[in-house]
Design a protein around this ligand. Sequence first.
Ligand SMILES: Nc1ncnc2c1ncn2[C@@H]1O[C@H](COP(=O)(O)OP(=O)(O)OP(=O)(O)O)[C@@H](O)[C@H]1O
Length: 295
Amino acid sequence: MLTISRLSKRYANGVKALDSVSLSIGNGLFGLLGPNGAGKSTLMRTLATLQEPDEGEILFDGCNILAEPQRLRRQLGYLPQDFGVYPGVPAVQLLDHLAVLKGLTHRGERAEQVDALLQLTNLYEVRKKDVSTFSGGMKQRFGIAQALLGSPRLLIVDEPTAGLDPEERNRFHNLLSEVGESVVVILSTHIVEDVRDLCSKMAILAGGQVLLEGEPERLVEQLEGRVWRKTIPKTSVADHRAAHTVISTHLYGGKTRIHVLADACPDTGFERVTPDLEDVYFSALPGQPQQERAA
Ligand SMILES: Nc1ncnc2c1ncn2[C@@H]1O[C@H](COP(=O)(O)OP(=O)(O)OP(=O)(O)O)[C@@H](O)[C@H]1O
């Protein structure tokens, strides 16, 4: 169990990246969803003990990780948003090197674990290839392999699917959900589908604050019957925003579709739709209704 209490962080330039964040995270996959600049990476780096908060407390299975970072590091796997690889080094060799850095000193055990992780991430066939030549998806799978070295109990993955094509994202999702059966996984993302497909618990972070927290299905249920859709000319978007609680706009077949939150039919031409997690996400965000849904 990971318990985060009143975590705050202000950078030297005055930006308050975390503003009294409190969360309780149990086993399974936890999705931390938020737009760019929400504070997700700051929170991930803080949990990974790479930077310190100004205030707050983090307990992992009762251990205060800010006071004893080394205890957490022994149980931690971390896939940062950007990670570099040494050029000219085959995957198997790089993974072995990272395993040594992670404290796997027994050569035989290390080789066994490196092979098993290359198999798990479907990279065994390309293990002799230079990691710097890998595609984005292969690199991310390699990133998960290195994060799983040493059998961590807490796995932190920061925006792992950004830039992946649908097939690779799907493959990555399958891999994460397999891994999530045995460890606590925190997945930070700005992609709603990542959370919808994978996570049994989630929180929405924006402006350094937790706006909403719960089970995705329950959160969607709370919007049941209250989301309305209309296709409108682009020129009347502003009028609709002035008149209704527009939670999102998106283009569909070249036309503008809006989603509106209302307890009863807002106006002529609206049809009730089954809410989805994007509706939850956009209705929770401050600054709406400027949000644009992905098509
Ligand atoms: N080292 C830093 N110094 C100053 N400001 C920073 C620093 N790192 C992040 N910030 C600012 O803190 C806020 C939160 O950034 P953070 O990277 O944690 O958000 P994020 O949700 O991960 O966003 P993204 O998806 O764009 O990475 C942003 O306004 C960002 O510009």
